[in-house]
Ligand binder design. Structure first.
Ligand code: HEC
Length: 411
């Protein structure tokens, strides 16, 4: 559970980026203090060598009904302002490249707060905060001379993979990293809870068989060539376990990168899977500004999570369907086969199969749902996908009333 949460936490948080332009009036360089409003926290971050520039200051609270965190970066003089914080008690701390997290201190909006950055005792400690890709770049990909692959009796690379570029495409954008990043702590280490393994190859053989997405992970490994893929990933995590570190170091935010204000909320239930969220019409992202955000819970519940970023309040809307006999995704062939997943073992029955939800120009949100029992026509059970129709409701409807739609989804 801890691993899964760590792996998916980037998905479960809805991030909204804003930009803060500090005017000279707001910053009083002479006294090295920061001018703040009643709903800001501001101050100066100092490290062993003086002001710490380009490090993050993070304020976090659990008092708003949803866990919320706001983060900003320091300027050249180590100054920061965490703007427009809802009234609450916050834990505030410093994170940055070359540092380890500082102790969390208590603060509230309207307060000046000077913070002390903690230098990382060594490179290994500092590297724990590097973006996942720095670790993933340590993977040793088979050399160009290994292509085309010669299959299980040869070099273990799938014969369909004709070049190193094709192999990388599967290991990155159009395979593994299409669903989640690799290189974060959860994926570059082998959790002890997974069992005892003699080496990385064995551990990887087991780990990609975890969870509801395991058939797709196993398939992607085979697209690369199972033996070569497991060997490559096993070698990578073995070297990480032995203390090897990324060869490159990330640089701290520079210039306007330091103006970003990021707010994240942890919403929905720990028992649901928040795969995705819709906040606007992607073709016209000014639609629904500051309006409600709708979650997509992919098989895990039909209580659709909704979040109001203006009030920091989260609530759910029951996903309704016209036909009470609408089958549950829990009965689908794929999920029945995977009895161990949270989806089925928790007994949740839902017609929703929404991995992603979309918003149109009127701010209406659409979620696809099953309407018929799965039809078993495919030789591969995981390809026998039921036909679907859309049900939808309007984001501005205050009640949880759901309207159905006749158009058939092509999903
Ligand atoms: C269809 C989406 C999808 C694809 C593609 C995918 N994964 Fe995953 N992966 C998941 C999900 C979901 C989990 C969480 C599983 C769980 O814990 O229930 C996961 C978990 C993992 C984990 C952590 C497992 C553990 O508990 O130790 C690793 C490592 C991993 N994936 C590697 C890969 C690799 C390597 C590939 C490419 C061969 C890949 N994944 C492709 C969805 C995917």
């Amino acid at each position: 559970m801890a691993v899964k949460q760590a792996l998916l936490s980037g998905v479960a948080l809805a991030g909204i980026a804003g930009f803060l332009a500090l005017t000279p009036a707001q910053l009083n360089a002479q006294s090295n203090t920061v001018t703040i409003d009643a709903d800001d926290i501001g101050g100066v971050v100092t490290g062993p060598a003086g002001p710490e520039a380009g490090v993050w200051v993070i304020a976090e609270t659990t008092e708003l009904g949803t866990k919320m965190a706001k983060m900003v970066a320091t300027d050249d003089l180590g100054r920061y302002v965490l703007p427009d914080l809802p009234k609450a008690h916050y834990k505030v701390w410093v994170r940055g490249y070359g540092l380890v997290d500082s102790l969390k201190v208590d603060s509230e909006p309207g307060k000046q707060l000077n913070l002390t950055a903690v230098k990382a005792p060594n490179e290994a400690a500092a590297a724990q905060y590097y973006p996942a890709i720095y670790w993933y770049s340590m993977v040793k990909v088979p050399g160009t001379d290994q292509f085309p692959g010669t299959g299980p009796q040869g070099n273990g690379i799938n014969t369909a993979v004709k070049s190193q570029g094709e192999f990388l495409d599967i290991a990155k954008t159009n395979g593994c990293v299409g669903c989640h990043q690799l290189g974060n702590q959860a994926t570059r280490t082998i959790p002890t809870a997974l069992g005892h393994f003699n080496n990385g190859y064995e551990a990887w053989t087991r780990r990609i068989q975890s969870g509801q997405a395991s058939p797709i992970m196993v398939n992607n490994m085979e697209r690369m060539g199972t033996q070569a893929g497991l060997k490559m990933f096993g070698d990578w995590t073995d070297r990480v376990a032995l203390g090897e570190l990324p060869s490159a170091k990330p640089s701290r935010p520079q210039g306007i990168e330091r103006n970003a204000v990021i707010t994240v909320w942890d919403w929905s239930s720990p028992r649901a899977y928040l795969h995705d969220a819709a906040a606007s019409d992607k073709r016209n992202p000014t639609v629904n500004a500051n309006g409600l955000i709708f979650g997509a819970t992919e098989n895990s519940t039909d209580d659709v999570p909704v979040f109001d970023p203006k009030t920091n309040k989260a609530f759910t809307v029951k996903l309704q369907v016209r036909d009470p006999k609408t089958p549950s995704e829990a009965d689908s062939i794929v999920l029945r086969r995977l009895r161990t997943t949270a989806t089925t073992s928790s007994g949740i029955r839902t017609p929703s199969r929404t991995a992603s939800t979309t918003m149109d120009r009127a701010g209406s949100c659409t979620q696809p749902a099953s309407v018929r029992r799965p039809i078993q026509t495919s030789a591969r059970p995981d390809q026998a996908i039921p036909r679907r129709r859309c049900s939808r409701w309007h984001s501005r409807v205050a009640s949880s009333k759901c309207m159905t739609r006749r158009r058939r989804s092509s999903r």
